[in-house]
Design a protein. Structure first.
Length: 415
């Protein structure tokens, strides 16, 4: 397995470890985490439980209270856990379960005492979590009004504090539910964009192959048929056709090789976007330019900088332990001519301090092939890598172009 593949899987693991909102539990650890988060909010059941174990009710009333409490909690947990999954209840079933929660809370409060008013908090929470936004806006205050009516009938004195708590928690859950829905839609949209991008790439590849090989293969077929017809009576002309076939075939092979090289060539802008994703997944604050001005940079030199960025970011993610990474792409005027400079700096441990690894050694060789240089080394707090390649002088240097004299102005680099 290559380093890039390992780094990619590490990033995906970290994303799955921290970002589970809007996604059903995929394993036992996630299920336990979500269950603990939901179980914390069962603290409002302490008053009903204390009322049941206090012995203030008859055995029949106590048994009925336990039965009602277990039924209430079962319906509530069913609603919440099902809402976290990918198959929520149909609207009619959802409304029936919410109505059952409200009826159970009302009956238990009226038949026992006001200690059971805390059950209405779960009614408000369920409405905010499971209902659509417009319906939830009305359901939360409606459940609060129902609680106030029941509390007044039961003679409760602290009902207004509970009403405020129900409204606050209910509308907070509406916000959380909306965030979950938005996250789910965003995840689906990203998957759709990725699929569309893959389809577009397939279409582009098909068009390129058709443009490259369609004419050549048609010409080879035609000349092969001519050579076959000329071979008995005109062997010299047939030989000429065979020579033409060989020439067309060689040119087609050259075209295919150039096309494949273009597909494999790394683009700096694409690598910058990938670096942003990798660093964010590794919980590293990233400061990365989105659209650097590459000017007249050749494809070979751009590819060399792209490989340098990938190697540097991979080292930051895997080895540095950094909390921040700063990437900069600048054009500099040096004594050796204009240079395009890529700088990657982090605030991590600075590496092991041993000799450069195979990654940096291969990267240095790749840059030297295009006339570039590599500097990598520790800083006081972190590590810095600087890769430079020759760049053509821009025809119109805009005000945002960083042109500075002295090619050796920045010392030390690495990643």
């Amino acid at each position: 397995m290559t380093e890039d593949q390992r780094a990619g899987k590490t990033g995906e693991t970290r994303v799955d470890r921290f970002i589970t909102i809007g996604r059903p539990a995929g394993n036992r650890r996630e299920l336990v985490r979500k269950s603990v988060w939901i179980g914390v909010w069962l603290v409002f059941l302490s008053s009903p439980v204390q009322d049941l174990v206090s012995g203030n009710h008859t055995p029949a009333a106590t048994a009925g209270g336990w039965l009602g409490l277990v039924s209430f909690v079962g319906v509530y947990l069913t609603l919440v856990f099902r809402n976290m999954g990918s198959r929520p209840y149909p609207p009619r079933v959802l409304l029936a379960l919410l109505l059952a929660l409200a009826v159970l809370a009302t009956l238990l409060c009226l038949t026992l005492n006001s200690a059971w008013l805390g059950l209405f908090v779960y009614v408000s929470t369920s409405c905010g979590v499971t209902l659509p936004v417009r319906q939830a806006y009305w359901a939360v205050p409606a459940s609060t009004v129902l609680m106030l009516l029941v509390a007044r009938h039961s003679g409760a004195t602290d009902m207004w504090n509970l009403a405020l708590l129900m409204v606050l928690i209910g509308y907070a859950m509406i916000g959380v539910s909306q965030l979950v829905r938005t996250t789910i839609e965003l995840r689906k949209a990203r998957a759709t964009v990725a699929q569309l991008a893959a389809n577009e790439e397939r279409l582009r590849l098909a068009r390129d192959l058709h443009d490259l090989l369609g004419h050549s293969l048609s010409l080879i077929t035609l000349k092969s048929e001519l050579a076959g017809r000329m071979l008995p009576g005109h062997p010299e002309k047939a030989a000429q056709q065979v020579a033409d076939i060989e020439q067309v075939s060689r040119q087609a092979l050259v075209d295919v090789r150039e096309a494949v090289t273009g597909y494999r060539r790394r683009r700096l802008t694409a690598e910058l976007a990938g670096a942003q994703v990798a660093l964010t997944a590794a919980q590293i604050a990233a400061d990365i330019p989105t659209e650097p001005d590459l000017g007249d940079l050749t494809q070979e030199n751009e590819s060399a900088l792209a490989w340098a960025l990938r190697e540097a970011v991979t080292n930051v993610v895997r080895h540095s332990g950094a909390a921040r990474c700063h990437v900069e792409v600048l054009r500099r005027q040096t004594l050796d001519g204009p240079k395009m400079e890529l700088s990657v700096e982090d605030n991590g441990s600075g590496g092991s301090g041993a000799s450069p690894g195979n990654g940096l050694t291969g990267l240095r060789e790749r840059l030297e092939k295009v006339g570039g240089t590599l500097e990598a080394g520790r800083l006081k707090h972190g590590f810095r890598l600087v890769a430079r390649v020759p760049a053509e002088e821009p025809t119109n240097a805009g005000p945002g172009t960083d042109v500075r004299p002295g090619g050796s102005a920045d010392v030390g680099s690495g990643a």
